[in-house]
Design a protein around this ligand. Structure first.
Ligand code: DGL
Length: 288
């Protein structure tokens, strides 16, 4: 396999750029293709059937471009579509749930962990399942916090309304004295300051982006597919709808300027609805 093939990262929209940001810090020599399904965001309020279909289409598109690793940077897609993606996509696929859980278990002292995420992620129980597999004694409390997503996208992170909503959402975690809170949604790291202010300094906030990047580094080295010394790594962005705000919000999430943005209309993605595993397999192999 060509070691300089890019890593594919996808999310329902801009949120996954918080994950890409950590990848750029941990693996700066790699090339990246980022896909934000901006035409169909949010995933977090949709049914699992729809989230699985969208995730398969976007991932198949990325696999078709030629990638060596796929990162499902969306918690909702990680919670609902990961098994299907692993069956269809012929390169290693990593999610953002397992790395976050491992980190949370390492950080807790009292064994009480809180989980916040989109409605789809929390309803799936995916975090609890992974947590229990690793340590059945851990107590968990979870709650969806859907209003956090628009607050992050509007950059209302210091607005009093955001603090009010955070107080309402997080009360149950404070009452139950969790000492670790998992930020189980790509947008929540943007709201870290307000969440931490409400939860207090004794509660550790876990965002899985950094642990996911470390896991990717391990997988690349185990498979001997880490990029060779690369003086000009490339970064390409694909969106299913090039909205006026994408670059502005994106740059805030990513922490750097964004060039190279291509619009891939939904009709092109829907083409992958009928593409079978063998075809994706063959096309990816031809590219690799
Ligand atoms: N990226 C989604 C997640 O991490 C949040 C936005 C959405 O609902 O699509 O779950």
């Amino acid at each position: 396999m060509n070691k300089n093939l890019p890593i594919g990262i996808f999310d329902s929209g801009v949120g996954g750029l918080t994950v890409l940001r950590e990848f750029l810090a941990v693996l700066p020599e790699e090339n990246y293709l980022y896909f934000g399904d901006t035409a169909r965001v949010p995933y977090g309020s949709k049914s699992s059937k729809t989230v699985i279909r969208f995730s398969l289409e976007v991932s198949s598109y990325l696999a078709d471009q030629g990638i060596k690793l796929l990162v499902v940077a969306c918690n909702s897609a990680s919670a609902l579509a990961i098994d299907d993606l692993r069956k269809l996509i012929p390169v290693p696929v990593i999610d953002v749930i397992n790395p976050g859980v491992s980190k949370a278990i390492n950080m807790t002292n009292n064994g009480k962990i809180g989980i916040i995420g989109t409605s789809a992620t929390i309803a799936s129980g995916a975090y609890e399942q992974v947590l229990r597999k690793i340590n059945s004694k851990i107590k968990t409390i979870s709650r969806p916090c859907p209003l956090f997503v628009p607050f992050a996208e509007e950059n209302w992170i210091k607005h009093p309304a955001c603090k009010l909503v955070a107080e309402e959402y997080l009360e149950t975690f404070r009452n139950n004295k969790v000492d670790v809170l998992i930020l189980g949604c790509t947008h929540y790291p943007i709201l870290k300051d307000v969440i931490s202010e409400v939860m207090g300094p004794e509660v550790t906030l876990v965002d899985s982006a950094e642990s996911t990047a470390m896991e990717a580094a391990d997988i690349l080295s185990q498979n001997d597919i880490a990029a060779r010394e690369n003086n000009s790594p490339f970064l390409k962005f694909f969106v299913s709808d090039l909205t006026a705000n994408f670059r502005k919000i994106g740059e805030q999430f990513l922490g750097r300027t964004m060039e190279n943005i291509t619009n891939v209309p939904v009709e092109k993605l829907e083409k992958y609805k009928t593409v079978k595993k063998q075809e994706i397999d063959k096309r990816t192999k031809d590219k690799n």
